[in-house]
Structures are given as C-alpha cells and as structure tokens.
Design a protein around this ligand. Sequence first.
Ligand SMILES: Cc1cc2nc3c(=O)[nH]c(=O)nc-3n(C[C@H](O)[C@H](O)[C@H](O)COP(=O)(O)OP(=O)(O)OC[C@H]3O[C@@H](n4cnc5c(N)ncnc54)[C@H](O)[C@@H]3O)c2cc1C
Length: 387
Amino acid sequence: MAPEEYDCIVIGAGIQGSFTAYHLAKHKKSTLLLEQFALPHTRGSSHGQSRIIRKSYNEDVYIHMMEESYELWSLLEREAGVALHRHTGLLVMGPENGKDFQCIKGSVEKNKIPVVELQRHEFSQRIPNVNLTEGDAAFVENTAGILYADRAIRAAQMIFQQHGGVIKDGQKVLQIEPGSMVTVSTGSGVYRAKSLVITAGPWANTLLKHVGLQLPLKVVKINVCYWKEKVPGSYSLKNHFPCFIQLQPKEAEYDIYGIPSNEYPGLMKVCYHMGSETDPNERDKQMDKSDVDIVSRYISRCFPGLEPEPAVVESCLYTVTPDHHFVLDHHPTFNNIVIGAGFSGHGFKFGPIVGKMLSELSMGQKPSYDLSLFSTGRFHTHSRPNL
Ligand SMILES: Cc1cc2nc3c(=O)[nH]c(=O)nc-3n(C[C@H](O)[C@H](O)[C@H](O)COP(=O)(O)OP(=O)(O)OC[C@H]3O[C@@H](n4cnc5c(N)ncnc54)[C@H](O)[C@@H]3O)c2cc1C
C-alpha cells in the first residue's frame, strides 16, 4: 500500500505535540499526530490534573511568551467550551538577598506583572499555616493559577480533530528517513510528509538518533507527592490558598512548589523541582525517594498543617537541559525537521505558544519570538546526518 501523505507529521501527543498539531490544522495543513501509547496515558510528562501557570520568570522572553500563552489558553477554553484554568495567585518565597529571588522580583517589576509584596509582619495574616523562613521575603503574583492538565490536553486534541487533524495512537515511531518528503514508519504503517515535528518528551533522544542528532538531555523521575491536611481545607482552593514556589529552600539545591488541595480532597500537592535520572522505559524501576525526603523536611519546617509523610505518590518525568531552557529549533541539517524538547519541568503553561512557534518553524515562517535562547546550537551538538 502507498504511504499516507500529509503536509506535516507530529510525533508525540503530549501537550507540546498536541498544540503543535492544533496550530498546524488551524492553518489548514493536513496533519498526522502519532503517539506510541493508547491515549490518554500516564507514562510521559503531560498527565495529571494540575500544573502551575504563572508569569514570574527571570527571562523577559518567557514573560512575553506567557502574555500570549494566557490568551491562547482562554481561546482554547472558548473553543472547547470547558474551563481549563483556575485563578489562585502564586506565592513566591525565597532568600531576600538571594540571586533567584532578586532576579525574579526585578523582572516581575520591570515587566509590570501585578504582584503584592508581603511584609514579614503581615505574612502570617495573609498566608496562615505557613512559616516564612528567617531571611526570606515573599510576594504574590495575582494572575497566576492552576491549569487542568488532563482536560487541557484532551481539549487541544479535540479541536485539532475538529479542524481535520488525524490522531493515530498506539503507534510507536520506529524509523525516520529524512528527505524533501520525510518518511516515518511505525509498527502499523508508513507515512510521508513535507515536514516533521518531533515532540517526544523523555524519548526525544531515542527519536533524534534516527536523524543523527543527540541533545544533552537528562530524564529524571519526579515523585509527585500529595500531603494530608491536619485540618481538612486549611490549604484548599476553597480557602483561597495560593499555589507556591519556594526558591532556594534550606533543605536542597532546587526549588519546591505546591498546589492547593483540590484534585484529591484534603491532600495538597507539594513536589521537589528535580528527581533522579532514569530511563523513560524503566521509570518504575527508579525507586530513589530522596526528593520525597527533601519535601518532607521542608513541610515539617514550613507547612506545619500538613502531615510530613506523603499520602499519595504518583510519577512523572522531566526532560532537563543543562541550562533548563527549552529546545525549539530546526534540525541543524534537515530544515524540514523541527524539534521541541527539553522542557525541563516548566513547559506545560507554554503549551499553546510553544505549539504556535513549532508550527511556524515547520511551515517555514519566522517564529513569533526570538528563539535564540532555545537553539540546538547552544549545546555545540554535532549532527551526523548519515547515522
Ligand atoms: C510532576 C510534574 C510537574 C510539573 N509541573 C509543571 C507546572 O507546574 N507548570 C508547567 O508549566 N510545567 C510543569 N511541568 C512540566 C510539563 O508538564 C512538561 O514540560 C510538559 O508536559 C512536556 O510535554 P511534552 O509534550 O514535551 O512531553 P510528553 O508529555 O512526555 O509527550 C511526549 C509524547 O511523545 C510520545 N512519544 C515518545 N516517543 C514516541 C515514539 N517513538 N512514537 C510515538 N510517540 C512517541 C510519548 O509517549 C509522549 O506521549 C511538570 C512536569 C511534571 C512531570
């Protein structure tokens, strides 16, 4: 049988691939979205009920991208007729004179993001049940909140299909042959397209091997922990408790973040922003719980209203670049192959705008934002096209 032909093939139906496909279909490009697992699944990085959405970032480009991302999330809410976002505010805490807190505060002020600074004497009134660390300062970003992740991904895929897009799940891509028409083979079919977008999350390097490229990506397992409230409701959405980020906690090198209790009533989600390296196919063999211990010690110290033992532990994967910035670029040799990878545990909120830019790259258009921060060239990787 002759291979099916499309304008574009997108590999990987996580949030980034789903939004890339969504934008391509809206531009009337015939698009195939291939996914190795039956949808929906919980083996990658985009599953689960909640993600934080915020504008507080050090780098202007992320802040500018988030301005548009918020608009695109609202557009998807209207198109799909579902609520995907809930406003909660984001409490940012960190050492007052520390580099991270100073940078983020500076860039929030520069970009006029609405925030409320909390003085130490008013902190406990405004944020009950949290101990602000000695030497830490705090502010609340008003516009931040929660994205309903599983619902969001379903909505993007639904609108993609309404615009004529084709999803084939349970089809693992086994081979890619570059060319003016790229050929992609799965266990069940062969497909050809003028352009290819690879958004394979933790499996990015497995796929990039087929096109002679390897990126310095580290895949880590995150233990997604939910902690029981001693008094039900004390850290809940109903009680207007915000999402939070603790920069430079005393317990460890990376940040700790949390989402008010909602998805599992009485349980608040609090996680460490790093985990232990793993092979994505062997995620459940990675049993290291040192990230859970870090959060437990932090909770004992700063969240006295939570039991310091997790009540529920789920798993998710980060794909981390050395500088924690994304990869959004053309393949260095094959211009009609586009890569979205290395979202380093903070990519979900950018889904709509990342998808827009990957679709622009794949259609040969100038991307809406300066993508130099996200280039493959920054790693000095060498493409070996004949592999
Ligand atoms: C615990 C946790 C908390 C997070 N919190 C936040 C947050 O608060 N805010 C935020 O903005 N971000 C957050 N993130 C990060 C965000 O969720 C990720 O950056 C984002 O989901 C990455 O999406 P992706 O599409 O790149 O990857 P994935 O969702 O992993 O999608 C890749 C897809 O490609 C498929 N695939 C791979 N290989 C093949 C193949 N050979 N053939 C076919 N299909 C293939 C996979 O099966 C998978 O479905 C968090 C992540 C985790 C794990």
